[in-house]
Design a binder for this molecule. Structure first.
Ligand code: C2O
Ligand code: CU
Length: 550
């Protein structure tokens, strides 16, 4: 049964990572000359406190590695329907319900209230092939009241809006606009919507998640996300580890109270509970705290996705054992990249081959910096491994810069709302409801220069398209703010080797201009682009964009 959402008195805003704290933000705002900011940030800093509240769960008091890693079930279709693009064809249809669930995150904790899909969070996995279209009937079976603290001052989450709303977006999907999960296309409990996913794109790990205007950070935090695999022949031909040797891994951090229940941090200002970022005390792998996985001494393929609201993962195995990164957001790299760490911002994916063959009988911990996430228990007995790790994977032809017909300069901003004396995020200093300013023409290529004027790193995501990262380059931030002129202060830094695959989310570091080159191939219509730090996205660091006919 539902409790009202008023039992969220506790205040949490802790576990910030070095360099991303309130102090640096405050310094930035002061330097930017915004006096009101200092007042409001002072309040936030006092309110946030720097220690976990007494109700916080201490994950170190729980016995680690007592629960097996949950492997999400594969979604089953419930029949066929005529293909909306070609009525002579039938394509599978899936019925998926968003509902409240109670799921154990650890053997010694009571079940945690979450929101999931068909009974689990993360939801069941979609398995499909390139060009194999499918339909999903998404039904909102959620309760009428939200159990996480809504901020009614945020755009789209005003008091007159229904509390519980949801709409689902397939992240990384080349999806027609009307099935893309536009943030304002939400439905209330009892309602459903049917979307069509043509999947005309390369093999990749996509994911589906809530995208509701103004509360998407809460809906996802509650558990509304799941993985979606597209396969193709080029990938099959590589003979990579598959079946039980391919492990889906959705990682996220969550703040848990000592009673095992989810807590979403609030600012302490009752009227404006929104917090700028969330870093929590517990790491979950496929929804489980410190699970283990029994593996054989052979190669495994790990399909990892960062499902956190705000945390970046820097993954490593054991004492920095070598892994092979074979792909990113939108599919395979041209060749494996040997690495000791894999950096994933929220929504980024890594395709990793790890070879346990030299570790028979050992236990290997998957970590993110100082956090232990899960344990691999390698069996002592020999096995055969007929999978391969080819030295070349899939060509990723670099798009020549000269093919771009337009270059857009777009800023990432942190702003102050004078009326509410509160901080906001924006793209190109333009609020969500302003008329559409980005209108790329279908089947043309553009360069987007993402000019980061803030003190944060932002993972920027464009719907519908895939793109390539050109470079990142330091520039004079304050000079730009004063004069509007872009003066570079460093040489272009090329993409990391593991960023050389097609991407849909890019890390825009502070103090840098990040340039991406984007072929607008696929569908015309209205889409969005936004920061995938969900707190930013919900506070208008999101803009619509239109793909238009020539
Ligand atoms: Cu992960 Cu707008 O999406
Ligand atoms: Cu952001």
């Amino acid at each position: 049964m539902l409790r009202s959402c008023t039992d969220h008195g506790t205040l949490v805003l802790v576990y910030r990572e070095a360099g991303q704290g309130l102090i640096s933000r405050r310094r930035f705002l002061r330097r930017a000359g915004v006096i009101a900011a200092a007042v409001s940030m002072e309040r936030a800093a006092v309110a946030s406190g720097m220690a976990p509240p007494s109700t916080a769960l201490d994950p170190n008091k729980l016995k680690p590695y007592v629960d097996p890693l949950p492997l999400p079930a594969v979604m089953k279709s419930s029949g066929v329907r005529p293909d909306p693009e070609d009525a002579t064809k039938q394509i599978p249809v899936y019925c998926v319900a968003m509902e409240e669930i109670h799921q154990r995150v650890h053997r010694d904790l009571p079940p945690t209230r979450m929101w999931g899909f068909n009974g689990t969070s993360p939801g069941p996995i979609f398995e499909t092939r390139s060009g194999q279209g499918l339909m999903v009937e998404w039904t909102n079976h959620l309760p009428a009241k939200h159990f996480l603290p809504i901020d009614h001052t945020l755009c789209g989450a005003e008091k007159d809006q229904p509390e519980v709303r949801c709409v689902i977006h397939l992240h990384g999907g080349r999806t027609p606009a009307k099935s893309d999960g536009y943030p304002e296309d939400w439905v209330v409990p009892g309602k459903s919507f049917t979307y069509h996913y043509p999947n005309r794109q390369d093999a990749a790990l996509l994911f589906y998640h809530d995208h509701t205007m103004g509360i998407n950070r809460l809906n996802i935090y509650a558990g509304l996300q799941g993985l979606f695999f597209i396969r193709d022949e080029a990938e099959d031909a590589l003979n990579l580890p598959k079946g039980k040797y391919e492990i889906p891994l959705m990682l996220c951090d969550r703040f848990l109270r000592s009673d095992g229940q989810l807590e979403y941090p609030v600012s302490g200002d009752e009227k404006k509970p929104w917090v700028p970022e969330v870093y929590s005390n517990v790491m979950l792998a496929n929804g489980r705290l410190a699970p283990y996985l029994d593996v054989e001494p052979r190669k495994y393929r790990l399909r990892v996705m960062n499902g956190s609201n705000g945390r970046f993962f820097r993954l490593s195995f054991g004492d920095l054992l070598e892994m092979n990164i074979i792909g990113g957001d939108q599919g395979l790299l041209p060749a494996p990249v040997k690495a000791k760490r894999a950096l994933l911002t929220p929504a980024e994916r890594a395709d990793i081959v790890f070879d346990f063959s030299q570790h028979a009988g050992e236990k290997i911990i998957l970590k993110s910096d100082s956090f232990d996430i899960m344990q691999f228990r390698v069996s002592a007995s020999k096995t055969t491994d007929d999978s391969s790790l080819p030295s070349t994977l899939r060509p990723v032809e670099r798009i020549p810069e000269a093919s771009a017909i337009k270059t857009r300069r777009l800023t990432l901003d942190e702003t102050m709302n004078d009326v509410q004396e509160s901080m906001g995020m924006m793209l190109n200093k333009t609020p969500w409801h302003a008329p559409v300013t980005e209108k790329p023409v279908i089947n043309t290529t553009e360069i987007w220069e993402l000019v980061n004027l803030t003190e944060d790193t932002h993972p920027i995501h464009l719907h519908m398209v895939r793109f390539q990262l050109l470079d990142r380059r330091r520039f004079d931030v304050f000079g730009f703010q004063d004069t509007g002129e872009l003066r570079y202060t460093g040489r272009p830094i090329s993409a990391d080797p593991e960023e050389a695959a097609w991407k849909d989310t890019v890390r825009c570091e502070k103090g840098h201009v990040t340039r991406i080159i984007v072929p607008f191939a696929g569908y015309t219509g209205r889409y969005v682009w936004h920061c995938h730090l969900l707190e930013h996205e919900d506070n208008e660091m999101m803009r619509p964009y239109d793909v238009v006919e020539a």
